[in-house]
Design a protein around this ligand. Structure first.
Ligand SMILES: [Zn+2]
Length: 254
């Protein structure tokens, strides 16, 4: 009897830490932005997510513009083309995977664009202020190092690339849109002023891996307010809370 009870408790505990996965993609998929699978619990959900609680260089961060190191760095070179793309709702965000050759050169190193996706509200903050949304452009170099470029999206205007993408929006989890002829002009998603903050951080989703080179443009791009509210309806709030900077230095380049 005693032994049976113990097994029952183990099964129950296993059931709590390894829930059923409705999307069939395996256990790595099970995390969320609120509740029992929310950011405070990410590390507890899988040993692979240990950095989410033990890391010391986590993202996102709040940047105080009076505390940055001002320097004249090389501007980032964008080699983005109007591109065919796949637009998908992966359960955590809306993600665009462009086809063709798109890359940036940061600090003399070439990084290929893999995908970009959105968060609402913006995960990054400047002087504790957040914005309606942020776009994260995820790049990888030949050695596998990640460089993410963040573009803040501020409600109160219109952007042709955002208008184009929102006209092709995936409507629910698992939905994928792959237009046959439409191209998205990626350069339209960048601000005109290219002053930026740069720092070392992590993925902002599990497994929260560190060693990511982050660049955040200071100037936001204007979007229509309803684009943020549509995103919140389709995906929901998907911003991880800001993480401590600890000993990290943030550089600022005009
Ligand atoms: Zn992101």
């Amino acid at each position: 009897m005693k032994r049976f009870k113990k097994i029952a408790v183990m099964v129950l505990a296993a059931g709590l830490s390894m829930p059923a996965f409705a999307d069939g993609k395996g256990k790595a998929a099970q995390w969320a932005y609120e509740g029992a699978y929310g950011p405070e619990r990410w590390a507890a959900l899988s040993p692979e997510n240990a950095k989410c609680s033990q890391g010391t260089r986590q993202s996102p961060v709040n940047i105080m513009d009076r505390e940055v190191i001002v320097s004249e760095l090389e501007s980032i070179q964008f080699h983005y083309q109007p591109s065919a793309y796949r637009f998908e709702h992966n359960g955590h965000t809306l993600q665009v995977t462009p086809a063709g050759e798109n890359y940036v050169v940061i600090r003399g190193m070439r990084y290929e664009l893999i995908q970009f996706h959105f968060h609402a509200p913006s995960e990054e903050r400047i002087n504790f202020r957040n914005f309606s949304m942020v776009a994260h452009f995820v790049h990888k170099n030949a050695e596998g190092r990640l460089a993410v470029i963040g573009v803040l999206l501020d409600a109160g205007g219109a952007n042709p690339a955002m208008d184009h993408l929102w006209a092709h929006l995936p409507l629910s989890k698992g939905d994928t849109v792959e237009p046959k002829t439409a191209l998205v002009d990626l350069m339209q998603l960048l601000p005109k002023e290219r002053a930026y903050f740069q720092f070392i951080g992590s993925l902002t989703t599990p497994p929260c891996s560190e060693g990511v080179l982050w660049t955040l443009f200071q100037e936001p791009v204007k979007i229509r307010p309803e684009q943020a509210s549509v995103f919140l309806k389709v995906v929901g709030m998907n911003a991880r809370p800001v993480q401590p900077l600890n000993q990290r230095v943030v550089r600022y380049s005009r």
